[in-house]
Design a protein around this ligand. Structure first.
Ligand code: SAM
Length: 297
């Protein structure tokens, strides 16, 4: 029966492709690629002549029928993204679901993945990790998103754009506390770099040297895998949230929202303050003060 192959491709160094991936890319009837020009460069490096159609974020639903039709006509299809493993912060998930639902086999052809490459080079615990993908762009959402994983004892792995790295490091320190972390940049490329240190030390480094290139950010999980105890964060004045030089701060609105949610679940003030203080690495008294003022405004 015709098969959908999910083929991992290099994340920089073009030698990072498996012999099986090359064979499958040669043998399938059709390659669905995030960016056809990008994939053609890879194919020409290995003298592979193939039909390539686009399959990207904006046409992925429209393309479903074409791919299902090819499979129904007994044609094998390979899905590749611009770099790394398809369906990991890349298009693919919906296609996999539809192909499974249509009854065709889906076969992974494993290879590079920036998250895993960054993790293994970070020096942080690898026995448990949580892949978070890209962080939300706005600080308040990012802080809320981070607070959901603040107590998880697993190394956190996220993708970040260079121009947002400083703001994200700042929010990480504010919400997660001072933790060991690593920034893995430009993996497998000419300017590959893995910087290891506390979130504070990384913040200091990248405040002085603007981050560039593609980045994986890795952060130690909550205790027991966490290497250092966190210094409590402080609550921010809204204006201070925008500054990259500000100390670790947490948006008070986020605290209010968490407290309101816990109150709706029936938490008492003491219990809610304890819980939110732990989640956001804040002093319990400061959180309790916000609890007492919840209905004031
Ligand atoms: N599917 C890909 C994978 O398996 O790694 C990830 C695709 S996602 C759209 C692209 C993000 O992955 C980049 O913004 C960056 O955060 C990370 N990334 C990709 N290549 C990288 C590299 N060579 N070094 C560091 N991070 C990389």
């Amino acid at each position: 029966m015709a098969t959908l192959y999910l083929v991992a491709t290099p994340i920089g160094n073009l030698e990072d492709i498996t012999m099986r991936a090359l064979r499958i890319l040669r043998e399938v009837a059709l390659i669905a690629a995030e960016d056809t020009r990008h994939t053609r460069k890879l194919l020409s490096r290995y003298n592979i002549e193939q039909s390539v159609i686009s399959y990207h974020e904006h046409n992925k639903l429209a393309r479903l029928d074409d791919i299902l039709l090819a499979l129904a006509n007994s044609q094998d299809v390979a899905l590749v993204s611009d770099a790394g493993t398809p369906a990991i912060s890349d298009p693919g998930y919906e296609l996999v679901q539809s192909v499974i639902a249509a009854g065709f086999p889906v076969v992974p052809v494993p290879g590079p993945c920036a998250a895993v490459a960054g993790l293994i080079a970070s020096g942080l615990p690898t026995e448990r990790f949580l892949f978070l993908g890209f962080a939300p762009r706005r600080s308040r959402e990012r802080q809320r998103w981070l607070s959901e994983v603040a107590t998880i004892p697993a190394t956190l792995v996220l993708y970040e754009a260079p121009h947002r790295l400083l703001a994200t490091l700042e929010d990480c320190r504010a919400v997660l506390g001072e933790r060991e972390a690593a920034v893995a940049r430009e993996l497998t490329k000419l300017h590959e770099q893995v910087l290891r240190g506390t979130l504070g030390a990384l913040l200091e480094h990248f405040a002085a040297t603007a981050p560039r290139g593609e980045i994986v950010l890795l952060i130690a999980g909550a205790a027991p895998t966490r290497a250092r105890a966190a210094a409590p964060a402080t609550l921010a004045e809204p204006a201070a949230m925008a500054s990259t030089d500000a100390p670790a701060t947490v948006d008070p609105q986020l605290v209010r929202e968490r407290l309101l949610a816990l109150r709706a679940e029936g938490y008492s003030g003491t219990r809610a303050a304890k819980q939110v203080a732990r989640e956001l690495n804040l002093e319990r008294q400061a959180v309790y003060r916000i609890w007492t003022e919840l209905d004031a405004s």
